[in-house]
Design a protein around this ligand. Structure first.
Ligand SMILES: *[C@@H]1O[C@H](CO)[C@@H](O)[C@H](O)[C@H]1NC(C)=O
Ligand SMILES: *[C@@H]1O[C@H](CO)[C@@H](O)[C@H](O)[C@H]1NC(C)=O
Ligand SMILES: *[C@@H]1O[C@H](CO)[C@@H](O)[C@H](O)[C@H]1NC(C)=O
Ligand SMILES: *[C@@H]1O[C@H](CO)[C@@H](O)[C@H](O)[C@H]1NC(C)=O
Ligand SMILES: *[C@@H]1O[C@H](CO)[C@@H](O)[C@H](O)[C@H]1NC(C)=O
Ligand SMILES: *[C@@H]1O[C@H](CO)[C@@H](O)[C@H](O)[C@H]1NC(C)=O
Length: 515
């Protein structure tokens, strides 16, 4: 499968790894704690395809993509993972993955959103899980990755209604009952913070509701001042209900773990002025605290309650009790850092949305040298891990997403991705050495998927998917080989040094493996 170019680059790469392991800030697979897992991930709508096959019904993502909101692309076929799962697990084995994170399509398993289970959907997830387990790959399953059954959106506006709590709990019950004998790691909702901001404040994610979008979208329905807070509240109650169900009905027998995925940023105040430092803390409150504070303490952060006033639902005593402590681990998705500056003036506006409630100006990143790639901001990952350690008492964490974006059809020699991943794993290693309770690390994504923000224009995969080939063949990128090399502890290669010298003399980014 490897092209000659890739093979020769791999030799350079391995030579570089040898450089890395001889330095001071270096790491290898064996430097991580006992039980730590390295994996990669995907989500149902982004890889499965087979959107209308074997009884699956549309999710809000199908509807949104078909309305042209995803770069004109959709997940009808995606990577055809529904039919190619065996091949993909084979690639995981080749790569040396220890764990694989994927999500279940609710509308494939329960096409009406509630009620009868679709036997073909059940069969598919059983097959996938069995294939993983039989190859020693640990499944990490996300119940909800932005893909609400459209039928529940139509019936009662999905997350805006309290009715979602029961339907989500019943869906989770089916998953625990059918798959929980083999799946030990569950997260309920992926990135609820992105879901409520994208879906109900800014409108760039389904269901695309907003009343005043900073993105200039057509906000014909929704209310950016109130709906994000309402949806978030219902998500927390649904999460807590599912965690409670697991604890009461399945924990004793299955001995698994429940978590929630949070989208995180490294946050840096633009200046050392007190108001910018306070603004940076507000950003952490709104991105992390909005969901993690209720799980830790049973209530929202003070800054959010203050700025959102009566627009944020208050927890009743009973709700607060349910939500508090309703997790075994937290999952962190990390990509980049933000510079922020105080903009308290926005909190005075009458019609303000969540972003205005935050009272900050987000400057982006200082080191953004490319419009495509995230700036290499691996230290932001370390900062986030430290934040959970210092502020929340060091709960068990999984990094469930981390990765680098490149134009999808750019070179298989994806140096920017290798550089990014290498630096992030290095920072993770530093954080663990400094006491972080992180238990696993998953690259987003295993293969080039339908990307929710980029369609098929840009992607994160370790494997390229050739969309011009009717077979949708997969090819390893350099990053897949690099990761594999790391995971399999393959450190030695002959004549590497010579090749390395040649490489160093012709490439500018020669410090690739020093972070
Ligand atoms: C925006 O929404 C209005 C009202 O629903 C509709 O008439 C119009 O066609 C929409 N415009 C676009 C560009 O979608
Ligand atoms: C949003 O809801 C609030 C509270 O019901 C209301 O005061 C406000 O006018 C609504 N905003 C929009 C844009 O509909
Ligand atoms: C803020 O203060 C720290 C410590 O004194 C300093 O290292 C940093 O450069 C300052 N940042 C800015 C933006 O001035
Ligand atoms: C980041 O990149 C954008 C687009 O190229 C540019 O407009 C912006 O000024 C950059 N931000 C910083 C802080 O350099
Ligand atoms: C390491 O942990 C200590 C104690 O929590 C903390 O004070 C320090 O800032 C951490 N170091 C880094 C580099 O994050
Ligand atoms: C890659 O895709 C972009 C659009 O996504 C297109 O403009 C470009 O020509 C393509 N390049 C190659 C080498 O196919």
């Amino acid at each position: 499968m490897l092209t000659p170019t890739i093979t020769s680059l791999l030799i350079f790469l391995i030579a570089h790894l040898l450089v890395a392991v001889s330095g001071s800030d270096t790491y290898s697979r064996d430097d991580f704690p006992q039980g730590f897992v390295f994996g990669a991930g995907s989500s149902a709508y982004q890889v499965e395809g087979a959107a209308d096959q074997d009884g699956r019904t549309p999710s809000v993502w199908d509807t949104f993509a078909h309305a042209g909101h995803a770069h004109g692309a959709n997940g009808d076929i995606a990577c055809d993972g529904y039919h190619k799962y065996k091949e993909d697990v084979r690639l995981m084995v080749d790569t040396g993955l220890e764990a694989y994170r994927f999500s279940i399509s609710w509308s494939r398993l329960i096409p009406n959103g509630r009620g009868p289970v679709n036997p073909k959907g059940l069969q598919y997830y059983n097959n996938l899980i069995n294939e993983l387990i039989s190859h020693g790959i640990q499944p990490h399953v996300t119940l909800y990755h932005f893909d609400l059954p459209q039928t529940l959106e139509d019936e009662y506006q999905g997350w805006l209604s309290r009715k979602i709590v029961k339907d989500f709990t019943d869906y989770a019950n089916v998953c625990f009952k059918e798959f929980g004998d083999r799946v030990l790691h569950w997260t309920t909702v992926n990135e609820p913070n992105v879901l409520v901001l994208g879906g109900y404040d800014l409108g760039f994610f389904p269901p695309g509701r907003c009343s005043s979008s900073a993105f200039g979208l057509n906000c014909s329905r929704g209310n950016s001042s109130t709906e994000p807070y309402l949806a978030a509240h219902n998500i927390l109650l649904a999460h807590a209900s599912v965690a409670r169900l697991y604890k009461n009905k399945y924990l004793e027998k299955q001995q698994g773990f429940i978590g929630l995925n949070i989208y995180t940023f490294g946050v840096i105040p633009l200046t050392n002025k007190t108001e910018d430092k306070v603004a940076a803390q507000r950003v952490r409150d709104f991105f992390i605290g909005w969901f993690v504070d209720p799980l830790m303490y049973g209530d929202y952060p003070t800054s959010i309650k203050k700025n959102a006033g009566s627009r944020i639902p208050a927890f009743t005593n009973l709700e607060s009790e349910w939500v508090k402590g309703a997790f075994d681990f937290l999952a962190v998705n990390y990509y980049s850092t933000l510079y922020v500056k105080d903009k308290s003036s926005s909190v005075k506006r009458e019609d303000r949305d969540v972003i205005a409630d935050m009272g900050v100006e987000i400057i982006g990143s200082r080191d953004n040298t490319s419009t495509f790639e995230f700036p290499v901001s691996a230290w932001g990952l370390q900062e986030v891990l430290e934040y959970f350690k210092q502020v929340y008492g060091n709960p068990p964490l999984y990094i469930h997403e981390n990765g680098q974006l490149t134009p999808r059809n750019s070179s298989l020699e994806d140096w920017p991705r290798v550089k990014y991943l290498n630096e992030c794993i290095g920072r993770l290693h530093d954080a663990i050495r400094n006491g972080s309770n992180t238990r696993g690390y998953f690259i987003w994504s295993f293969i080039d998927a339908f990307e929710l923000n980029y369609g098929y224009d840009s992607s994160f995969g370790l494997y390229y998917v050739d969309r011009d080939d009717p077979e949708l063949s997969r090819q390893p990128k350099l990053s897949a080989l690099w990761y594999s090399h790391f995971l399999k502890r393959e450190g030695i290669i002959s004549n590497g040094v010579m090749e390395q010298d040649k490489y160093l003399s012709t490439h500018s980014n020669a410090k690739l493996f020093k972070y």
